[in-house]
Design a protein around this ligand. Sequence first.
Ligand SMILES: [Zn+2]
Length: 328
Amino acid sequence: MFNPNIINKTYTLGDYQGDTRLASNRFIILHESGNDNDKRDSQALLHEVQYMHNNYGSAYVQFFVGYMDGKAQVYQIGEPGYVSWGALTANPYAPVQIEFARTGDKQQFREAYRLYVEVARYYANAYGIPLTLDSGGNGIKTHQWVTNNFGGDHVDPYPYFAGMGITKSQLAYDLANGFDDEPEPEKKATINNVVTVTADYFKAFTTTNSKGVPHIGTDILSGTAWQSADILVRDKKAYFKIGNDTYIPQSVTDKAGKIVINYLDGYGVNAYNSKGQSIKDSNQVFKGGTSWATGEELFKVPNVGWCYQVSTDEYIPVKFQQGSGFKG
Ligand SMILES: [Zn+2]
């Protein structure tokens, strides 16, 4: 999903520059610069935008997309919604026209192309224009289509796109569907069962020993991160279960001296008093991802079980500590 906040407006035309007519909301028009020199200029996007800004009287569009400084970028020149001058007599029907700065690098192309499609989709939706490509009626149109239907001689962006592996049908598909392989924001972002060892050197232990003595196990190195499946309480202290019957003390991890609430983003968990009563509205405070200082010793709260103490009479169950194995 395109975020318009990323648009670079450094070279946007002033209020008194360019066409003052509102466009009718029929077309989004797609171009590419046709300038093969751009392939040899790592700052091609900036140079194209500066040129267009300085020479808007001959031609300009609303947006210029390209790859520069390690990422796909989009600049605004003309004001969306108003007529721009990129496609002759079709101009009055396009609230947005989009240019593309050439690159010879296919990976850079793919990233810039993706942004270009997202910009087109975003403004088509904003102006109620169908996400169809070069078909009848309103919709997204290439300059080639404009030439076929309104005259002129430009055929962009097809020849260059084809050379970079994007056919007409692929462009149509991408405009219609967007890119859905972008991961959704992770709802459970603050649920986290990874613990990182901070002690220089020590050994994990296992519980299985015929004499009931902690069995010394694997060497654990500082800086290593472990997925913890559970928290074992032993002598009022918490131990993370980092392997099958393998435990490390909380005191040698990045969770030493604190509880980091292992819960959903934006949601909180209840704290209890020493009698096991839930503290009203405490879930407004102890939200997923927040961190609270605790002592090393745990407390057994009636009807609740082992808890971390987070203030004089506030306790939070160990299952809400990161590394508890809690999954939400
Ligand atoms: Zn064009």
